[in-house]
Design a protein around this ligand. Structure first.
Ligand code: MF3
Ligand code: CO
Ligand code: CO
Length: 256
């Protein structure tokens, strides 16, 4: 494992990329409504990233991924492929995951949206999953260990009677989309590598309403669903460890 510590200049570039990724999520919210297709959401984001931001949508052609964003609806855990045939309906929940490359550096962030009015059980899953991300971020201090982050996420999710997906995790990020280390969303305190200033990585917990087990679509090779077809939620931020805290590089205006 080789963790690339970023210089102040590199973190400056990651701040720009992170800001752009966050801005795409701010922009797309107005378009998430009953009747829109995930294919249309993809086109709107693609145009925004390429034409307005002068940036690159990192998923497009990444290991063969065919679209510019990931759209994961209801029981889709992650890596859902946008499609004109997938029309959002009232009560759906959707994760939109945006990764942009600007000046050689990546920013990666995702958010849950409600389509129209979602049922209370779905809203609760989405809220607790966001709380897991925020607790993970609060724990990401220099001198803490990766296992501390996983532990607080697992404890909060499971104490609310949800399960934590294990097959997919957060990751180092920078010039590479997915760098070392792997950031697990479960674990034991005091284990794993120590966090140091200059580390940049994502935290992106996925929580399931039912069992934690997932299935990878054999048909498209990407779409990950819950095995029991119950709901799943995910939120993601890219962060940088500093000398005495961490900075969220993908913070949205609504979170300030
Ligand atoms: N953005 C996802 C992540 O958080 C990765 C998507 S890879 C893709 O790591 F190919 F599916 F786009
Ligand atoms: Co990520
Ligand atoms: Co992502």
């Amino acid at each position: 494992m080789s963790i690339q510590l970023k210089s102040a200049a590199e973190i400056g570039k990651m701040r720009v990329a992170g800001r752009l990724a966050a801005e795409v999520l701010e922009m797309i919210g107005a378009h998430v409504e009953p009747g829109v297709s995930t294919g249309e959401l993809d086109r709107i984001c693609h145009r925004h990233i390429v034409d307005r931001q002068g940036a690159i949508p990192a998923p497009l052609n990444y290991k063969g991924f065919p679209k510019s964003i990931c759209t994961s609806v209801n029981h889709v855990v992650c890596h859902g492929i946008p499609s004109d045939g997938k029309i959002l309906k009232n009560g759906d929940i959707i994760n939109i995951d945006i990764t942009v490359i600007k000046d050689g550096y990546h920013g990666d962030t995702s958010k849950m949206f409600f389509v129209g009015t979602a049922p209370e059980h779905a809203r609760r899953l989405v809220r607790v999953t966001r709380e897991c991300l925020l607790k993970g971020i609060e724990t990401a201090l220099p001198g803490a260990r990766l296992g501390d982050i996983g532990h607080v996420i697992q404890r909060h999710g499971e104490s609310n009677h949800y399960s934590i997906v294990r097959e997919y995790c957060g990751h180092g990020i920078g010039r590479g989309f997915h760098e070392d280390p792997q950031v697990l969303h479960y674990g034991a305190p005091g284990t794993g590598i120590e966090l140091r200033p200059g580390m940049t990585f994502t935290i992106e917990p996925m929580l399931n309403a039912g069992s934690r087990h997932t299935r990878l679509s054999a048909a498209d090779g990407w779409t990950v669903t819950t095995r029991d077809r119950r709901l799943s939620a995910q939120w993601e931020h890219t962060i940088a460890i500093g000398e005495d805290g961490c900075e969220v590089l993908t913070l949205r205006e609504e979170e300030r």
